[in-house]
Design a protein. Structure first.
Length: 267
C-alpha cells in the first residue's frame, strides 16, 4: 500500500479522494452530465449515481422544504406541503405505473387548465386576477409568477400581459450594426447576415433585439449588475418610469424591496 501526502497530512491512495471528505450537493435529477448528441442511456450511464464511487458515498436527504413556506400564510401551509409533496413524488417516480422513463400521471383537478380554447389566457386570469385593478398594489407581482418550459411560450405570455396594462408602450432596440472586417462580404453573405435576420434571432441567455415595456410591468434581471445593492440575476423589479435612454424601476423582491434604481445606456 502506498501513501501520498497532501497539505502535510498522510492520505491513502487506494480509496477515492485519498480518504478526504468530499461533498456533492444539488438535485441529481436536474444536474445531468452533458453528453453531446447522447442518448438517454448514455446520459444516465454518465451520471454520478451510475459512477463506481456512488457505492462509497453516504446519501444525506433534506427532510423539510423551506422555500415554498417562506412568507406563506399559516392557513395555506397544508396545501403548500401537499403541492411540494406532489412535485417530489413526480420527481422520484412514485406517481403512476412502473416505467422506463416515460409515464402517464394524474394531475390534481385544482391544477388543471380546463380551457382548451385559450389556455394561456385562462392561466393569466388565474395567476393575475383583476390585474388592472391590482397591479399597483405592493406585493402583487412579488407573490406570483408564471413559469414556462419554452421561450416562445414566455414571449406569448409576456405579450398578452403587456397588452393588458394601460398606457403607451415604449420600444427599446439593441445596436444592430455589423462589425466591419477587412474581408469584403459578397452578396450571399450580406443576405445571410442581414440586420433583419440578426434582429429576428431569439436565443436563450441573449436579450431580444426589441424590448417593449410599459410603466407598471414587472421585469427580471438576467445579469449580476451590483450584488451589494441586490441587483443580481433573478432580482424582480417593477417599471416606474420610461425615458428615452433611462429606465427607472423599483425592486419588488429580496432585502432591497421598494428601492428604486436607474438603468442607463439603452440604445
Amino acid at each position: 500500500m502506498t501513501d501520498v501526502f497532501s497539505e502535510g497530512r498522510s492520505v491513502r491512495s487506494d480509496i477515492p479522494f485519498g480518504g478526504k471528505v468530499i461533498v456533492f450537493g444539488g438535485d441529481f435529477r436536474q444536474i445531468l452530465p452533458v453528453i453531446p448528441n447522447g442518448t438517454r442511456q448514455e446520459i444516465v450511464s454518465a451520471s454520478l449515481s451510475s459512477s463506481y464511487i456512488w457505492a462509497k458515498c453516504r446519501l444525506l436527504r433534506l427532510t423539510k422544504n423551506m422555500h415554498p413556506t417562506i412568507g406563506a400564510e399559516s392557513s395555506n401551509m397544508e396545501s403548500i406541503r401537499e403541492f411540494a409533496k406532489c412535485l417530489i413524488d413526480i420527481g422520484e417516480g412514485n406517481v403512476g405505473d412502473d416505467n422506463d422513463g416515460d409515464a402517464i400521471i394524474a394531475i390534481p383537478d385544482d391544477l388543471l387548465i380546463t380551457d382548451i380554447c385559450d389556455p394561456i389566457q385562462s392561466l393569466i386570469d388565474f395567476v393575475y386576477p383583476s390585474i388592472i385593478e391590482q397591479f399597483r398594489l405592493p406585493g402583487f407581482f412579488s407573490e406570483r409568477a408564471i413559469l414556462a418550459p419554452k421561450n416562445e411560450v414566455v414571449h406569448e405570455i409576456n405579450n398578452r400581459l403587456l397588452s393588458l396594462f394601460p398606457g403607451d408602450a415604449k420600444e427599446y432596440l439593441s445596436s444592430d450594426s455589423i462589425c466591419q472586417t477587412e474581408q469584403i462580404l459578397d452578396s450571399f453573405q450580406e443576405s445571410l447576415y442581414s440586420t433583419e435576420n440578426l434582429n429576428a434571432l431569439k436565443i436563450s441567455g441573449l436579450p431580444n433585439h426589441r424590448l417593449v415595456l410599459k410603466v407598471g410591468v414587472p421585469v427580471m434581471l438576467l445579469r449580476n449588475i451590483d450584488q451589494q445593492k441586490g441587483l443580481c440575476n433573478g432580482t424582480r423589479l417593477q417599471i416606474t418610469f420610461l425615458g428615452k435612454r433611462v429606465i427607472e424601476a423599483e425592486v419588488i423582491s429580496g432585502e432591497n424591496m421598494a428601492r428604486e434604481f436607474l438603468f442607463q445606456g439603452l440604445i
